[in-house]
Design a protein around this ligand. Structure first.
Ligand code: CMP
Length: 139
């Protein structure tokens, strides 16, 4: 059964361009409820751990540098079928391939600086939610 939660990060590129508000607006309008949220900056070791699944990829080092280059907003979002519905809302990883009306089509700069993260499975949504938030930070 599809789960009710996903984890997002509004990435440093979108934060630097003052797009936190418009992105949260699109998330709310799509029916997601905010269960947990924080404004923070990842350390190098946190970014390496979060993206450990990509550590053999050629872009891993640059991805870690980018994700630590400025503050992010992390949030657990709640909705039925959250992972799949959120991935539809954000669009393809590469904004050149993202559908009209998606967050990445509107706000992403490149395949790396792609404005937002969204968990790719219920299992990873739980791992990523636990990475950013303790139980007492969830409402
Ligand atoms: P995200 O959905 O957070 O998951 C992994 C991230 O790696 C992805 O968004 C991009 O920021 C980045 N990424 C994925 N593919 C590439 C690529 N080919 N080149 C550079 N960065 C990438």
């Amino acid at each position: 059964m599809a789960g009710s939660y996903t984890l997002t990060m509004i990435k440093p590129d979108a934060v630097a361009k003052n797009n936190i508000g418009p992105i949260l607006g699109m998330i709310n309008e799509a029916g997601f409820k905010i269960k947990a949220m924080k404004y923070t900056q990842l350390t190098k070791s946190q970014a390496q751990e979060f993206y450990a699944v990509h550590k053999e990829r050629p872009f891993y080092g640059e991805l870690v540098d980018f994700m630590t280059s400025g503050p992010i907003v992390a949030a657990i979002l709640e909705k039925s079928n959250a992972v799949e519905d959120f991935r539809k809302l954000i669009g393809a990883t590469n904004p050149a391939d993202a559908a009209e009306g998606t967050i990445r089509k509107r706000f992403a700069e490149s395949i790396q600086n792609n404005a937002v993260h969204g968990s790719d499975s219920d299992e990873n949504a739980k791992i990523e939610g636990d990475f950013h938030f303790s139980m007492c930070e969830r409402f």
